[in-house]
Design a protein around this ligand. Structure first.
Ligand code: ADP
Ligand code: MG
Length: 421
């Protein structure tokens, strides 16, 4: 079977998207690969198609239980033998899954990075026919990234422990130099095929709404977009609770998601959103990684995020189906102060002073770049693309700045707010 045949047969697609085929070919030729593609570009297929065509098993390392479960559900529905092994399973279930995997029953097995250290898993891996190890959300390996996970640092040790070195592939949406270099070094990729696809998402309309009356804006926005599905990100759980309550009071079918809710409530609310029972979800940035909902028409940011990486990743959850969608960031002078406050509170407990200082400086720089995005009168898309290292050309004509949708923010508000604190 050729990659294209596999794409059609298992996933029902006629053609690869930009970049996908190059990665698939490199992996099938036995080469390591690192693919940096924006959220929604279709990274999963880049390793799933080779996984089907390579002889043995592909081990996918993935940071989130919900993400693994969704992927495996999707693969199984497509008739592909795949399983996940994580802490949602009992010891007995894990043993059974590993037995099946050892017998060659699965083409893909998803695991959390912590699992790689377990002796039971190590002894399974030593005897299994592992063709490829795939590291999804690979930016988690980088201390420069905001999603750093120490357990990702153990992946190399695991790969080294295998009797035969598998093909290693890594995927992320974070395009900064430091993160890219960190991934290549820390996973010790061998002469990898590195692919960075364009970060532009032409179907997304970017806008910054400079306003203090954010609640009013959101209510009006939802009135203007009846029945559409969207995500509203807030900086804090408290804001999520307040805004969701307000929207419900106004009669909108809005649910919510943050880490303070029980696992059961999170699952229910997430499903309500995915199946459009509640087409709008108000959430902290705990929501979204691995959520593959294609018809999200808008992503509103009630508060300014802490970095352009965060912003573009979250905003990028709009319009995965390629249809026109809006990404609106609500900005007021208070946002700057709230974010500085959150940064000050950030805990660098496990680091020495020098390291903590460095990270603090980086965080501050990121925040300033984000702030400039909120203040600029230049083309917003060009601002984003330039940040991610692309060389943009003419203004895009499809963003708030290009449409001259600009008003001033009164910075004296910020000063007042500080005095009141
Ligand atoms: P990423 O991991 O890069 O954020 P996903 O792998 O979750 O993105 O894919 C996003 C969406 O794009 C999914 O709904 C997927 O089915 C779809 N997709 C991926 N590749 C193709 C393709 N070649 N043709 C059509 N749709 C695709
Ligand atoms: Mg993905």
């Amino acid at each position: 079977m050729t990659p294209r045949e596999a794409l059609k047969r298992y996933f029902g697609y006629d053609s690869f998207r930009p970049g996908q085929e190059e990665i698939v070919s490199a992996l099938l030729a036995g080469r390591d690969a690192l693919a940096i593609m924006p959220t929604g570009a279709g990274k999963s297929l880049c390793y799933q198609v080779p996984a089907l065509l390579l002889p043995g098993l592909t081990l996918v390392i993935s940071p989130l239980i919900s993400l693994m479960q969704d992927q495996v559900k999707g693969l199984n529905a497509a008739g592909i033998h795949a399983a996940f092994i994580n802490s949602s399973l009992t010891e007995t279930q894990i043993a059974r899954a590993l037995d099946l995997a050892a017998e060659g029953s699965y083409k893909l097995v998803y695991v959390a990075p912590e699992r790689l250290e377990s002796p039971v898993f190590r002894s399974f891996a030593a005897g299994a026919d592992i063709s490829m190890v795939t590291v999804d959300e690979a930016h988690c390996i980088s201390q420069w990234g905001q999603d750093f996970r120490p357990s990702y640092l153990k992946i190399l040790d695991f790969i080294d422990s295998l009797p035969r070195r598998p093909i290693v592939s890594a995927f992320t949406a974070t395009a900064t130099r430091e993160v890219k270099d960190d991934i290549v070094c820390t996973l010790r990729l061998h002469d990898p095929k590195v692919l960075v696809t364009g970060f532009d998402r032409p179907n997304l309309y970017f806008q910054v709404e400079r306003t203090r009356r954010k609640d009013d804006f959101v209510i009006q926005y939802l009135r203007d977009h009846p029945g559409e599905s969207g995500i509203i990100y807030c900086a804090t759980r408290k804001n999520v609770d307040k805004l969701q309550e307000l929207l419900t009071k106004y009669g909108f079918a809005a649910t919510k998601y943050h880490a303070g809710l029980s696992a059961e409530a999170r699952r229910k609310n997430q499903n309500d959103f995915i199946y459009d029972t509640a087409p709008v979800i108000v959430a902290t940035n705990a929501f979204g990684m691995g959520i593959d909902k294609s018809n999200v028409r808008f992503v509103l940011h009630y508060n300014m995020p802490q970095s352009m990486e965060n912003y573009y990743q979250e905003a990028g959850r709009a319009g995965r189906d390629g249809l026109p969608s809006q990404c609106v960031l609500l900005f007021s002078a208070q946002d700057v102060i709230i974010n500085k406050f959150l940064l000050d509170k950030k805990d660098f407990a496990e680091m020495d002073d020098e390291e903590a200082d460095l990270l603090r400086q980086r965080d501050l720089q990121r925040l300033q770049t984000m702030e400039r995005y909120c203040q600029t009168t230049e083309c917003l898309r060009n601002y984003i693309l330039a940040y991610f290292g692309e060389h943009p050309t003419a203004p895009c004509g499809n963003c708030g700045s290009c449409n001259n949708d600009f008003d001033e923010v009164d910075m004296t508000d910020a000063a007042k707010w500080m005095i009141n604190c």
